[in-house]
Write a protein of this length. Structure first.
Length: 306
């Protein structure tokens, strides 16, 4: 690949048009367009499309821009390091994608061990749905994906699922909720889990990995929940719970942290309701030191007691 052509394309996208980029690069618009056409022929994909008087990257162009951003950012950092006389090695990059239903507190505790290694990596933490993150993993845009479900077979991606561990699910309530419903923490705990029927409940959205497990558990125990709200974002669910709008479920392994942060009390933690977390990688045997630190610490520290 001619990286000068890649730089021309990168500049056009950043400038928002061929004319502005040609002024920045001191080239004629015709010459610039011709060089980008050569790049498109080399890659076998159109990279730009006209939108009014401007141009925007195609889907393939957006992917190329992600690589180009990193290539030219690295080049600039190299120049800056040489001009500044710095000899310290650049921190390695570790890209870990998180399925958006993984609780943020779990995400932090899973990632934190990677920062203990020397040299500590620079982290990039994209978040999204599992199919999109798996596409990024297949294209090596991320090194690892953390998920609350195993890799489905219907995605057609060859990867390996590593169990990090599991945590029981506890239910929490704010004091103001109990006062509003004329009950006490002792009474709710004494009648748990049947006491859940008497209080409004905040739950993850129906398409989350945890929700079917909670629904099945409620049915097994003959509990008809009074569902007040459902959330895609479990952090938002906990914020509503802190304000006394309902009881909510969360990983029992983080019970003390959740109670402190959201000013709530644990009302019960059934033994037959468990959530599991997985690391998905292209490698069967993990070799990346940052990824190894994440998986080993999750098993030996975060989920060890559970």
């Amino acid at each position: 690949m001619n990286y000068k052509h890649l730089h021309y394309f990168w500049t056009v996208v950043r400038a928002g048009g061929v004319l502005r980029a040609s002024e920045e690069l001191h080239l004629s618009p015709q010459t610039l367009s011709g060089q980008i056409n050569v790049l498109e022929e080399r890659l076998g994909r159109p990279l730009l499309k006209k939108v009014g008087r401007n141009v925007e990257p195609t889907d393939a162009g957006r992917m190329v821009m992600q690589y180009a951003d990193e290539i030219f950012t690295l080049g600039q950092e190299m120049e800056d390091a040489l001009r500044g006389g710095r000899e310290a090695p650049r921190a390695p990059l570790l890209k870990v994608g998180f399925v958006d239903s993984v609780p943020k507190a779990i995400a932090y505790h899973v990632l934190e061990p990677a920062l203990r290694i020397d040299p500590a990596p620079r982290l990039q933490c994209p978040e999204g749905k599992l199919p999109a993150l798996m596409a990024d993993l297949a294209l090596r845009r991320v090194d690892l994906v953390i998920s609350d479900v195993m890799l489905p077979g219907n995605l057609g991606i060859k990867a390996f699922t590593h169990l990090l561990g599991g945590s029981g699910i506890a239910f929490f309530a704010a004091d103001k909720l109990l006062v509003k419903h004329a009950t006490t923490l002792r009474q709710v705990r004494a009648r748990f889990p049947k006491s859940l029927e008497n209080l409004p409940m905040l739950l993850p959205a129906s398409d989350s990995a945890l929700r079917p497990r909670i629904d099945a558990w409620l049915r097994r125990h003959g509990i008809a929940p009074n569902i007040a709200a459902e959330f895609d974002d479990t952090a938002l669910m906990k914020a509503f719970g802190r304000e006394g709008l309902g009881i909510f479920p969360a990983p029992a392994v983080l019970a003390k942290e959740i109670a402190r942060q959201f000013e709530v009390e644990r009302i019960g933690a059934p033994e037959d309701l468990v959530e599991e977390f997985y690391a998905i990688s292209i490698e069967r045997r993990i070799s990346h030191p940052g990824v190894a630190a994440i998986t080993e610490a999750a098993r030996s520290e975060l989920f060890a007691q559970a």
